[in-house]
Design a protein around this ligand. Structure first.
Ligand code: ZN
Ligand code: ZN
Length: 378
């Protein structure tokens, strides 16, 4: 005999909810999943009405579900947000190019403006060329540092107030474990925060902080959302891989392990002495940094110094890179405004529209319609 839903007691239960073990129907699952995210948003006071919020969109399951749920909740509860999809093109053939196609479809499906910023454009290096130069080992370090800045710069170009990312409860629990195992106490103190803001960084938050990965996959599947499921073709972060496996083992014997770890992490008070020092700005690119030169600029310098040895000549490209201009982070916002104005007037400047699919051939940008700077060349 089919079992009834534990919540509504009417419909047939079709799933067993990973987070609670309840057997529930499809509609009740959608409802509880969405409502929990809504509570996370409201309790964490993530946004204010009128905010321009960028959804870090990779085309993967987490960010695709996030885009869908953010749009749904924004309409259902009248958050009054202006939502944008913001994607980073790391330049990984056979992986990111395909996943960006998914994001472009999501743009149409959800009716949200999309901006794509690329490593090639911002740094003069794609991940493919970085891996060619440094090999497969450690390339995730470059990617992580570059992605963070790329998202911030994209957010400035779109004049956003906030970025949301698809990090889920599993990711947060993994990060807590990793920081604990490495003894990285300042990061351990920060990694449980739902919002990171201030000190010059673009504010970021994780509306899926308490959402289980399994439930996100289930939601995407049951809603038949269009997402890209291939893993990055370059070597994954090995250490995170161990933490992930360990967490999965724990979860299999105790499903609440994920939430328990997050709650433990939240309860840990990090003493003031070990908290990171106040950051200032990078003297080369103006990005926020606790050292004179930010991590991205330091990595780029290493890459460039390695060129002669590796016999890869890309010197001409480096002068085009936006990141080498010494400009203070505060100025970046003004610059972004300037860029938007220039794009809107249809001036014959080199195209700076990152979402442009190159149909303008990098010469004249004819964007005259988009006052949000997100539409790109048409
Ligand atoms: Zn039900
Ligand atoms: Zn820098």
């Amino acid at each position: 005999m089919p079992r009834q839903c534990d919540i509504c007691q009417r419909a047939r239960a079709i799933i067993r909810r990973p987070k609670t073990g309840q057997r529930i129907c499809k509609e009740c699952f959608f409802h509880v999943f969405e409502t929990e995210v809504h509570h996370t948003i409201v309790d964490g006071r993530l946004f204010s009405p009128g905010d321009r919020v960028g959804i870090g969109a990779s085309g993967g399951k987490d960010s695709t579900v996030l885009a869908y749920v953010m749009k749904t909740l924004n309409e259902r509860y009248s958050y009054g947000l202006e939502l944008f999809l913001l994607s980073v093109d790391e330049g990984i053939a056979g992986y990111r190019d395909d996943s960006l196609e998914t994001v472009k479809r999501n743009k149409e499906q959800y009716g949200l403006p999309l901006m794509i910023v690329s490593y090639e454009q911002l740094y003069g290096w794609s991940m493919d060329s970085i891996v060619e130069a440094v090999g497969r080992k450690n390339n995730c370090t470059f990617c992580g540092v570059f992605r963070r800045q790329a998202l911030d710069r994209g957010a400035l170009m779109l004049d956003l107030d906030h970025i949301v990312t698809g990090h889920n409860a599993d990711d947060v629990a993994e990060t807590i474990l990793m920081n604990l195992l490495r003894g990285d106490i300042p990061r351990l103190g920060r990694c449980t925060e739902i919002t990171t803001a201030g000190d010059g960084y673009m504010g970021r938050s994780k509306p899926f902080k308490y959402a289980y990965e399994k439930e996100i996959v289930m939601y995407a599947y049951l809603k038949r959302l269009d997402y890209f499921s291939t893993e990055c073709t370059y070597s994954p972060n090995a250490y995170r891989g161990y933490a992930r496996q360990f967490l999965k083992d724990l979860e299999s014997v105790r499903p609440s392990a994920i939430i328990d770890i997050i709650h433990s992490g939240e309860a840990i008070k990090v003493s003031e002495e070990v908290q990171a020092q106040k950051p200032s700005s990078c003297e080369r690119c103006g990005y926020i940094s606790s050292n004179a030169v930010c991590k991205a600029c330091a990595l780029l310098e290493g890459l460039e110094r390695g060129i002669p040895k590796l016999g890869i000549s890309r010197s001409a490209k480096h002068f085009e890179r936006q990141a080498v201009e010494p400009v203070h982070f505060e100025r970046l916002r003004e610059k972004a405004h300037e860029m938007r104005r220039r794009r809107m007037c249809g001036d014959s400047n080199p195209c700076t529209t990152t979402s442009c699919d190159d149909s303008c051939h990098g010469t004249t940008c004819a964007c005259t319609t988009d006052d949000d700077g997100a539409g790109g060349c048409h």
